[in-house]
Design a protein around this ligand. Structure first.
Ligand code: UDP
Ligand code: MG
Length: 325
């Protein structure tokens, strides 16, 4: 259970997937940044089923530092779910979410805290450009967000990502949504609250490579689109209507023509083309239904969001345990 008796000001939530060499580098910059801001903090690392020495690194890090804790998942559940787990664990009056590859500079956190103290509850880091990403990814990501802006339920602020500070109220709001197909960028926008962006420069990855390839990004994009828009479901009503009207028109045309001139050619090509086309349309719409139904199935199974295999923390004996209370 969360122990609110010793609530820190800030809980830093950090998903980790095969980031062994980066963990110490991050800690070395994180602690001074938070101390400079003059806040009591805890840092929660979520080892998302890493296959390198990340867990060993985390254990070494947490051993000498009671402000650091780590959870280790039983397997890789994905970054969005790792963030949810970190927020579940967070005890702070606010939470900061950041990547563990040093692309999110810890020195920006004091600026987040300033905005938080000024009353903002959803303070997001806003990246100026995507210069550190591959060109193709930048292009496709741009297209995806433009589409989501057109057909999505909530407007997403441009350049906003996971690097952000959330007030306790916003954290609790986010945690009340236990959906499995998590698209955090949409959820952050959906909860609302007084929001503001803080511009920052994305740094290059300290070491290693991005954990997202084309397929995982495409799946993520589909999650985002289908969780925040029902347009793909509804568009088929209109497509169907247009096609039906067209077919009716065609029927009328052939009827008149046959009445006036009788039957001429057998019309084989028209037949084949229209059958192929309309079968395609039907399969696409079935596929769209399938995508939604698959997600509904996933949600109704009601499985836990994640499983924790191991917890790493340095126990500070409470006064009562020491016989002083
Ligand atoms: N990450 C994770 N689980 C995954 C993939 C990534 O926890 O399945 C973490 C990763 O360790 C990093 C953050 O999510 O801290 C962002 O990942 P990455 O840098 O690979 O993504 P990019 O910066 O390319 O968007
Ligand atoms: Mg990264």
């Amino acid at each position: 259970m969360r122990d609110f008796a010793q609530r820190p000001d800030i809980s830093v939530v950090i998903p980790v997937f095969n980031e062994g060499p980066n963990i110490r580098l991050l800690a070395a910059r994180l602690v001074p940044a938070l101390e400079q801001a003059g806040v009591a903090f805890e840092a929660i690392f979520i080892d998302d089923g890493s296959r390198d020495d990340s867990l060993a690194e985390l254990k070494a890090l947490c051993a000498g530092e009671p402000r650091f804790r780590a959870l280790s998942f039983s397997r890789n559940f994905g970054k969005e779910i790792a963030i949810a787990a970190g927020l579940d664990e967070a005890r702070g009056a606010a939470a900061v979410i950041m990547d563990s590859d040093l692309q999110h500079p810890p020195e920006v956190i004091p600026l987040f805290i300033e905005k938080w103290r000024a009353g903002y509850k959803n303070v997001y880091g806003q990246r100026a450009d995507r210069a550190t990403d591959p060109k193709m990814r930048t292009l496709l990501t741009g297209l995806f967000y433009r589409l989501l802006e057109k057909i999505g339920d909530v407007p997403l602020p441009p350049g906003a990502g996971d690097f952000r500070l959330l007030d306790r109220q916003a954290v609790d709001a986010l945690l009340s949504m236990r959906e499995r197909a998590r698209f955090n960028k949409g959820l952050y926008a959906w909860i609302g609250f007084k929001s503001i962006g803080v511009p920052f420069e994305v740094e290059s990855r300290a070491s290693g490579e991005s954990k997202f390839n084309f397929t995982s990004l495409a799946r993520f994009a589909l999650d985002g689109l289908l969780s925040f828009s029902s347009m793909p479901l509804m568009i088929w009503t209109y497509v169907g209507l247009v096609i039906s009207c067209f077919a009716l028109g065609m029927a009328a045309y052939y009827w008149v023509r046959t009445m006036m001139f009788g039957v001429d050619t057998p019309g084989f090509p028209t037949l084949v083309v229209s059958i192929a086309f309309f079968s395609g349309v039907q399969l696409i719409s079935l596929g769209v239904l399938g995508e939604y139904i698959g997600r509904i199935f996933n949600e109704v199974k009601g499985r836990p969001l994640y499983l924790i295999a191991e917890r790493v923390e340095t126990e500070i004996p409470s006064p009562r345990a020491r016989g002083e209370g």
